[in-house]
Design a protein around this ligand. Sequence first.
Ligand code: ATP
Length: 379
Amino acid sequence: MAEFGVAAPSVEVAGDKSATLTGKPLSVVALRKTYGDVVAVDEASMEIAAGEFITFLGASGSGKTTTLMMIAGFCEPDSGTITVGDRDVTRLAPQKRNLGFVFQQYLLFPHMTVHENVAFPLTLRGVPKDEIRRRVGETLEIAGLSGFGGRRPRELSGGQQQRVALCRALVYRPPVILMDEPLGALDKKLRDQLQVEIKSIQQELGLTVIYVTHDQEEALVMSDRIAVMRNGRIEQFDTPRELFERPRTPFVADFLGAANFIEGRVERHTDEHTLVRLDQCGGLLTARRHALAPGTAVKAGIQPGRLRADAPDDGFCTGTVETATYVGTLVRAGVRVDGGDAPLLRLEVPAGRGPVTGERVGISADPDDVNLFPVEQGG
Ligand SMILES: Nc1ncnc2c1ncn2[C@@H]1O[C@H](COP(=O)(O)OP(=O)(O)OP(=O)(O)O)[C@@H](O)[C@H]1O
């Protein structure tokens, strides 16, 4: 991917002192890309507002990088359109799109200093020297790298090198910055720290960012909205809260929060609730109201952190605690529900109130935390 590391020259912003760092909106309509029989991206559409932080989240092979590369211009779509601001860029060469990139590999020039690395895109664009010095200085300061300008990449930590790569993408004020797993090579602590730093720079400068990751937590922490991708399709494009609390498919519920699924049939509705008779334990589960006909076979999806373990016979079913693992502030418990072929429900409860192995418990959930999916929806 070395050729993607540095955006090629463009004269469009040369000497443009009035440009601001504020990002532009981006629109993708019915984007499609196939490789022989493989549909890598299938009719992907999304409207991204100026200053939004968007993440493409999905398993390996779901089409995240291909979508990003089509937006970047390194991969030609079979069909569909890409608009940045009010400009159709679908058929433009990458350098004419003028977008910023940050990749997992920092792709810094080893023989150049930090200052020279960050200055490089401006030098290519013919920006005057004084202006370059000013802009590089400003950008390094934003990323907490003032004082590092004279160092070479090998004299920096991985986190610092990635910050330099971010500066190099920011310095020429691109309308949109594309980041493909930029923190993938760093250890967890540094990743957590840089997530916060990137997010705060993005907010401070009003940048439009499209970020690719397969790490759910990273996506939830950083994004204004997340496009959950699966088999080349955008399964749901929503805020982290909506995805977590109102997943539209079992796949999204499982991918975002490792939901428990319990099978049953819609029995009846009240004004506010839908009641589901559970197949295995015969209990009656109360969900918030869903538009599903009585008799519909459903899967009820409930996140582990939204299940409660109360006294036996309280709740929609009763079971026995098979495992209880203390993980800091939480206890992760596995509860085998009574009844033939009964599922093992996974619970996460505050450590102080954690159940113990062998204990009999009743399982309950707030109806608002119960998402129902018709079984034919698959997942
Ligand atoms: N150049 C190519 N030639 C043939 N098939 C490709 C090519 N690039 C991607 N694909 C296929 O397209 C599909 C989507 O790939 P893509 O790299 O976009 O997924 P991804 O979600 O980014 O995965 P990862 O997280 O592993 O990078 C996969 O099935 C992949 O094998």
